[in-house]
Design a protein around this ligand. Structure first.
Ligand code: CA
Length: 221
């Protein structure tokens, strides 16, 4: 899951980046409305966290221009505690949810996850493929009755594959959901995570097939 944080308060942005990254999101951060529109024109995100008070273009304008351009990425706006009129204006302009500052990092995370689930047309947080289940709220992965111990990036790769079982997921798509701009990614990083996942899914779990030249496909075991 890849998200964009648009926030000019450096401390707050760093805090959100740290907590969202720790829970497995690939996070990019920009500090201006201009930069936000730039990256949103070229990159695909699962959700955007948008502060309204930005130094250049107002967050509401960023949102409006995004929606006017047909971009339907879920957007959660960050508003001041008493910013009722901002919240209403934001929702009217196509925001999907809002959070008032200050907020708890865990609330931000669970709202973003809920937004992404709704945008994918499923309210059920649990992904299932054969005997394997991944709970997107609790981040617990189970194979049959055993809980699997997965690292953050392994979880991100698996979540992406489980979202499209039986379909080819390209390496490009996986890379963009697992790594952010700032990650110094070794050329074979993805292969390494897939290799570890395969070992952890053995025996009895779904199979991650390599589709040569294209990417990977998860098949029920
Ligand atoms: Ca601000």
């Amino acid at each position: 899951m890849r998200i964009l944080i648009v926030e000019d308060d450096e401390r707050l942005a760093r805090g959100m980046d740290a907590s969202m990254s720790a829970s497995g999101f690939a996070v990019d951060v920009v500090a201006t409305g201009e930069d936000a529109l730039d990256v949103l024109a070229s990159e695909i995100y699962n959700a955007v966290i948008l502060d309204l008070g930005l130094p250049d273009i107002d967050g509401l304008e960023v949102l409006q221009s995004l929606r006017a351009g047909g971009n339907a990425t879920p957007v959660l706006i960050l508003t001041a505690r008493d910013g009722v009129s901002d919240r209403i204006a934001g929702l009217d302009r196509g925001a999907d949810d809002y959070l008032s500052k200050p907020f708890h990092p865990r609330e931000l995370e669970s709202r973003v996850r809920a937004l992404i689930r709704r945008s994918q047309g499923t309210a059920d947080p649990v992904l299932r493929v054969g005997e394997l289940s991944l709970d997107r709220s609790t981040r617990v992965v189970e194979l049959g009755r055993c809980t699997l111990d997965l690292r953050r990036r392994e979880m991100a790769v698996l979540e992406t594959l489980m979202g499209r079982p039986g379909k080819v997921v390209t390496k490009q798509c996986l890379n963009s959901e697992v790594f952010n701009f700032a990650d110094a990614v070794a050329p074979n990083a993805l292969e390494v995570y897939v290799g570890r996942l395969r070992r952890k899914l053995m025996p009895g779990g779904p199979t991650i097939r390599t589709i040569r030249g294209l990417g990977y496909m998860l098949e029920a075991g």
